[in-house]
Design a protein around this ligand. Structure first.
Ligand SMILES: Nc1ncnc2c1ncn2[C@@H]1O[C@H](COP(=O)(O)OP(=O)(O)OP(=O)(O)O)[C@@H](O)[C@H]1O
Ligand SMILES: [Mg+2]
Length: 335
């Protein structure tokens, strides 16, 4: 088995042109993702966090190459290098047609399991769909795979012939997980998979994902708002702000000893029952997130940063490795 990461994202940019006027000419650009780099290792769970609108979903969509369906004129630059066995494939360069061949290798689970499961299909049909497309299994074999997968995600064979509306939110998300697993993917991208669920159900679904990660040879990109969820599940955490990565490193390090002022501020908003940190200062960020249409020059966080200096406006800071595998993009902290 190759020891290369599952995926290397290199200087990824995703810009959405804004058109205006009667002849619909380009009047601006939403810089949703503005040059980010990170990798996800084999059997690794990477958590991606940041405030609303900072570009997390766009990163996930770019990584499964579905952005052209959402926004046909999207501009994508950089590399999304998947290492499938001996083959290396750049998803940033593939057309929708070319990517079909690799569809089974990267799957996505969405926030709202109701909207992402076809209400007219039974659970069995939903899970079978990718099997029909990507495997040569016979009808009987597919039926067995479906039942096996249902059991793996904590459901039962009797659920196979029911429709999505007959399930609770947590159960529907389990169906989504079973479908994602059906093709035995290398990577599953989960876009806020538990934020629509009751808190009591969230923990069950997260535990299930952790079990699955151990049992199947699969990596996860886990997008979330809630840092405490990410800390629990992730090996590494990436912190994003206005289209850039501010910090990327081992989950425990980033969570307990954040280095970037933005990560520190994000974390200070999380209540943690940790006696060591209970006297921690709470940092309240002033102002709203600026728009990705008109980003501040240099470090995009500088307009809200408590330690910003003049030099922060000069150029976009690159990630620097401050501790082993712990990267920080800040001209003050990582000078
Ligand atoms: N199809 C699109 N066309 C134009 N702009 C878009 C499109 N999709 C996203 N954007 C813009 O890109 C930016 C990043 O959006 P994105 O949905 O990736 O953020 P997010 O971090 O997932 O936010 P949330 O936490 O609210 O889900 C936002 O300013 C958004 O308005
Ligand atoms: Mg999102």
């Amino acid at each position: 088995m190759s020891q290369k990461p599952v995926v290397d994202v290199k200087n990824l940019k995703v810009h959405f042109p804004i058109h205006g006027g009667v002849i619909s000419k380009k009047v601006g650009t939403v810089k949703a993702v503005d040059g980010i780099s990170f990798s996800i290792g084999r059997r690794e769970i990477v958590g991606l966090v940041g405030e609303s609108g900072c570009g997390k979903t766009t990163v996930g969509r770019a990584m499964i190459n579905i952005l052209h369906h959402v926004a046909p004129d999207v501009e994508i630059d950089g590399e999304i290098l998947y290492h499938f066995g001996d083959e290396t494939v750049d998803f940033a360069k593939l057309t929708s047609r070319e990517v079909r061949k690799y569809r089974s290798r990267v799957q996505m689970i969405f926030q709202d399991p109701y909207a992402s499961l076809n209400p007219r299909m039974t659970v069995s049909q939903i899970i079978e769909e990718p099997l029909k497309l990507h495997t040569n299994q016979t009808e009987n074999e597919r039926r067995n795979t479906v039942i096996n997968l249902l059991e793996k995600v904590g459901l039962q064979a009797v659920h196979a012939d029911r429709f999505p509306h007959e399930f609770s939110g947590g159960q529907r998300q389990r169906v989504g997980i079973a479908r994602a697993l059906a093709t035995n993917p290398d990577l599953i991208i989960c876009d806020e998979p538990v934020s629509a669920l009751d808190v009591s159900i969230q923990a069950q679904v997260i535990n299930l994902m952790m079990d699955i990660q151990k049992e199947f040879d699969v990596s996860f990109l886990f997008i979330a708002h809630d840092l405490s969820v990410v800390e629990h599940i992730s090996d590494k955490i990436a912190v994003m702000y206005l289209g850039n990565l501010m910090e990327f490193g081992p989950a425990k390090q980033v969570y307990h000893h954040p280095k970037h002022p933005y990560s520190t501020a994000l974390l200070s908003a999380v209540p943690i029952p940790d006696p060591e940190q209970k006297n921690r200062q709470r940092i309240v960020l002033e102002g709203d997130v600026p728009t990705p249409i008109n980003k501040p020059s240099g470090c995009s966080f500088r307009t809200r940063c408590p330690v910003a200096e003049d030099k922060c406006a000069e150029s976009i800071p690159h990630l620097k490795e401050l501790d082993p595998n712990h990267w920080v993009a800040c001209p003050i902290v990582a000078d």
